[in-house]
Design a protein around this ligand. Structure first.
Ligand SMILES: *Cc1c(COP(=O)(O)O)cnc(C)c1O
Length: 963
């Protein structure tokens, strides 16, 4: 017998089973760790770190922890409250078949979904190749020279296109013309984004209005092609009109349609945006999906979002890396043009793989089938006498159903189908890859009058032609690169996917100790529900009564997050932290305006802030005033008081991060909040560091007015190689009326929509729900305490090797620590970057490099890592310190040592020549354990400068591999 028979039943039921799975530190390791830190107990440690003035007195009121099985069963029941009707709604969201090989080996594969944003190029070559495929796919299909990877959704991409145009064109106008036949959610987000920037949006609700507006004054126009109602217009003459006014022509489009219709790049478009959802990503009630933006060559240096480029490594081999502008907010801050940080990498990878797997012929076949079914549907509807508007179209038909509209919609629902109501009197029907012959017949049935004979599919089948006019048919090739023409069999595809993921270092191989990013466990049971059809197959604009499962998920998750944060209201609409910041600042702006204080537009931001903060402030039209930090890294209260005084009349808010980006619980945070409040401003607390607070302190209770959370940091949504994320915006009571609404989806709200879909990246919300449900209040609090314990353990163990730059009153850090490497530059030439690259040879992903302090590493271990893994990391860092010492003592030259030459590739190690003053063994196996398990980096150090000078962002030409 292993267990005593006196064990109570409750212990056998093991309700907190998951807590021990999530937290990597075993109870028996704690004493050892506390000993290294010099703390008497975990409680004593936490008491010494978290200022008493902000400690919460009430535990979070959450349901008690459930086991994995219980939580899954409960969520399954909740999911079952969503109804799955066949969707013909379209409007930017379509049924799609995710190829099984992609579903299992990418979307459900931790090698892909637990990776981080590819800032460390050398360990991210696999996902960057997939992203370059994405960019090439978008360029080819749109006919544009350059595309990024990727945007958050089609609507925000359109809004970003508007601002890209504003800063790029010669026209000095501030008017923006939008075709009324664009997706309504796109129009809504554009209106939200335009207002604080003083851009006047002119909506053309008819052809006459469009023609009239095109003759007027504007800096750019946007048209949807094909339009939201399905029609395909020839826009060539309009492009010329816009160009004659030095204005830009922006096109929102559909990649599948572009396999058959002339791409906008061939008729003069300047910027092209859209979503790649129907390339294999389920609708998921609105997200996550990767949107795209492509533009003409002249605009490429100000293209927002993530752009992967081809550069070379030190050995002259082609290698991928992120182009300079990806870090734009960090470099340009309040002068940045966009705040996008976390985007939609995993969905972008899925979309690119969909194109790789199907290839040009496969995509065209899918598109032809959709277009042919649409043509057949149209003929049948005409035969039935339905009020069809006969216009060129690809996949969407519209009908002027007038007074009968509602009755037809109800009849459709009773037959299991959702149609789209458009301007009350019209119906739209969109087909997609999943549409069957039976679906077409079902649609006929909906429109047939009683007793009317149904048309025969077979009768229309012969010689059917898409409803695309000759003049708009595509004649150019696309996806000609071998990558889109090689992996046709499932075996080949499986191996290509595996080959790419093998190049990358994700959480499935080692800890990723990235400060500020909280790379914790993304548990399998949290991930399982996201591909359940009850969540995945829901259209975001399906009737509310069919989305009760999502509504309940939304409500419960918001309630729980309110408990964790102390706020009164939350919106889950923002689909990244940056978008939460934007929504939060809009709320503050709206509140001031509601009190006749619109002139309050000064936003104070400490110099140590994350780059998204000033970038977001700029986007809502606020003026950023930077405040200083003192020698201890804390907000300089004297400087802050002076700035508050100086800007008192115009103070809108302050944006702080808590605990600070320096990894410290500042003790004066309550006074700070009071000071700003006394001057009439509000306090925005960036919640990226919430992993140090959950259960211990709540920003909504200690003085914060608004926060965003990063569910992809604190609440277990995986980073996906750079997204998806969810950035809920949380506010105190009086700001609740200023949370984002979504008129398109029928949700009222003080500020307009900030995302295309009302629940943003809805389909990944089950991950955070599962986490909270399985951890319970005690488990979550233990996670926070353990994260703090582990960070302090690392800081303490490395004390004599790399000093921690900032610490709190008692010499402790919060949940992360900044290791100071600045002293090595002078004596050895070693930079933090060299240590980051050398860590790759030891099998680790680098900590956060040079943020928030140049030439430092910020380490955040999280609660999920085991003591074994923490020690492995510390031992690697100590071994690297010894390598630095060899340089200090002249045993190794400054320009030829294991740090400067890191990472070492197998190819260089196996070359017949080895001309370095240290051994191959020292390069590859600096610690013995690496002989058991070794990550081999596929490329040497990547040359960023070369890549930025020679910006090249498409698939590498085949002959480059041969040279
Ligand atoms: C990650 C982060 C953000 C931005 O969040 P995204 O989800 O990447 O947009 C903002 N502030 C801080 C401090 C962060 O660490």
């Amino acid at each position: 017998m292993l267990m005593s028979s006196t064990q109570p039943l409750a212990a056998l039921e093991n309700a907190t089973e998951f807590v021990a799975r999530h937290i990597g530190i075993a109870p028996e390791d704690e004493a050892h760790m506390l000993g290294a830190i010099g703390a008497a107990s975990r409680d004593a440690l936490i008491d010494a770190i978290v200022p008493p003035s902000i400690r919460r007195h009430q535990p979070m009121a959450l349901p008690p922890a459930a086991t994995e099985a219980q939580a899954l069963a409960e969520l399954k029941a909740l999911a079952g409250r969503n109804q799955l009707l066949k969707s013909f709604i379209g409007q930017g969201y379509y049924g799609t078949h995710t190829p099984g090989v992609i579903l299992r080996n990418i979307l459900e594969n931790p090698a892909w979904y637990t990776a981080y944003t590819p800032y460390q190029a050398e360990i991210s070559q696999g996902r960057m190749e997939a992203l370059v495929n994405f960019q090439t796919m978008v360029c080819d299909l749109t006919g544009m020279p350059i595309a990024n990877a990727s945007m958050l959704d089609e609507a925000t991409a359109a809004a970003e296109a508007m601002t890209l145009a504003k800063r790029s064109v010669k026209s000095k106008s501030n008017r923006f013309v939008v075709a009324g036949d664009a997706h309504p959610q796109t129009i809504e987000v554009i209106q939200t984004r335009a207002a604080p920037l003083g851009i006047e949006v002119l909506l053309a609700n008819s052809l006459e209005e469009w023609n009239q507006l095109m003759e007027g004054d504007y800096f750019a126009v946007l048209a949807q092609y094909p339009a939201t109602s399905g029609r395909i217009d020839d826009l060539r003459a309009d492009v010329d009109k816009a160009h004659a006014k030095q204005a830009a022509f922006i096109v929102a489009t559909d990649l599948l349609a572009l396999t058959l219709i002339t791409p906008p790049g061939e008729w003069g478009a300047d910027i092209v945006v859209g979503t790649t959802q129907r390339f294999g990503m389920p609708m998921g009630a609105g997200g996550p999906h990767a949107a795209f933006m492509a533009c003409r060559d002249e605009f490429k240096r100000s293209l927002p979002g993530r752009l992967v480029g081809v550069s070379v490594d030190v050995h002259g081999k082609p290698a991928y890396r992120l182009a300079l502008q990806t870090r734009e907010q960090h470099i340009r801050r309040e002068k940045a043009t966009s705040n996008i940080c976390t985007a939609q990498v995993l969905p972008a990878v899925v979309a690119s793989m969909y194109a790789v797997y199907h290839g040009p012929e496969g995509l065209e076949r899918i598109a032809r089938r959709v277009a042919s079914y649409t043509a057949i549907l149209a003929r049948g509807l005409a035969e039935l006498g339905a009020p069809l508007r006969e216009v060129p179209s690809f996949d969407t038909l519209s009908l002027h159903t007038a007074a009968a509209t509602q009755a037809i919609v109800e009849r459709a629902v009773s037959l299991g189908a959702n149609l789209r109501v458009y301007f009350k009197e019209y119906l739209c029907i969109s087909l997609d890859e999943t549409t069957t012959r039976a679906d077409v017949e079902l649609l006929w049935k909906i429109f047939a009058r009683d007793g009317q004979a149904l048309p025969s599919f077979a009768a229309f089948e012969k010689g059917v032609e898409p409803l695309i006019p000759d003049g708009l048919r595509r004649s150019s090739d696309f996806l000609t690169h071998p990558v889109f023409n090689t992996h046709r069999s499932e075996t080949a595809m499986l191996r290509y996917i595996r080959q790419l993921s093998d190049k990358d270092l994700a959480l499935d191989r080692s800890m990723i100790p990235l400060g500020s990013c909280t790379m914790k466990l993304n548990a399998t049971s949290e991930m399982i529900p996201i591909t359940w059809p009850e969540f995945a197959q829901v259209h975001p604009f399906a009737p509310a009564d069919q989305q009760q499962g999502y509504a309940e998920l939304d409500k419960q998750l918001r309630d729980w997050l309110c408990q964790a944060t102390g706020y009164a209201g939350i919106s889950l609409q923002p689909n990244a932290g940056s978008q939460g910041e934007y929504a939060g600042l809009l709320a503050i702006k709206g509140w001031h305006a509601s009190r006749g204080q619109s002139h309050r537009n000064v936003c104070l931001i400490p110099s140590s802030a994350h780059g998204t903060n000033p970038a977001s402030a700029q986007m809502v039209g606020m003026q950023v005033v930077v405040t200083a930090c003192d020698a201890n890294g804390n907000v300089d209260m004297a400087d802050l008081a002076a700035k508050c005084e100086q800007h008192s009349a115009n103070l809108a808010c302050i944006m702080i991060t808590y605990p600070s980006t320096h990894g410290v619980f500042e003790t004066q945070v309550k006074e700070l909040c009071k000071l700003v409040h006394d001057h009439g401003g509000r306090v925005y607390v960036d919640g990226a560091n919430m992993n140090a607070l959950v259960g211990l302190a709540a920003p909504g209770s200690f003085g914060g007015d608004v926060s965003h959370l990063n569910l992809h940091k604190t609440f277990c949504i995986p980073h996906g190689g750079g997204g998806p994320g969810v950035g809920p915006v949380c506010v105190v009571e009086d700001l609740v009326p200023f949370l984002p609404g979504h008129a398109t989806a029928g949700l009222a709200g003080g500020t307009g929509a900030i995302s295309a879909a009302p629940l943003g990246n809805a389909a990944v919300l089950p991950i955070s729900w599962m986490y909270i449900r399985m951890m319970g209040a005690q488990g979550l609090t233990l996670a926070t305490e353990t994260a703090i314990l582990s960070a302090n353990y690392i800081s303490a163990r490395l004390r004599d090797h790399y000093p921690t730059l900032y610490a709190g009153e008692h010499g402790h850090v919060a949940h992360e620590c900044i290791l100071d490497l600045r002293q090595f530059k002078e004596s050895t030439g070693v930079m933090a970057e060299d240590v980051a690259k050398r860590l790759i040879d030891y099998g680790f992903h680098a900590p956060t490099l040079s943020f928030p302090v140049p030439n430092t590493l910020m380490v955040e271990p999280t609660e999920s890592e085991s003591l074994y893994e923490l020690d492995r990391f510390v031992d690697a860092m100590i071994a690297i310190r010894e390598e630095i010492r060899a340089i200090e003592q002249g045993r190794l030259p400054q320009d030829d040592n294991p740090l400067k030459n890191a990472p070492h590739t197998a190819e260089t190690l196996l070359a017949s020549e080895w001309a370095h003053p240290y051994s191959r063994e020292a390069a590859a196996y600096p610690v013995a354990a690496l002989r058991q398990s070794k990550y081999w980096c596929p490329v040497g150090r990547v040359d960023n400068v070369y890549g930025d000078r020679n910006l090249y962002c498409s698939c590498i030409p085949v002959d480059a591999y041969l040279s």
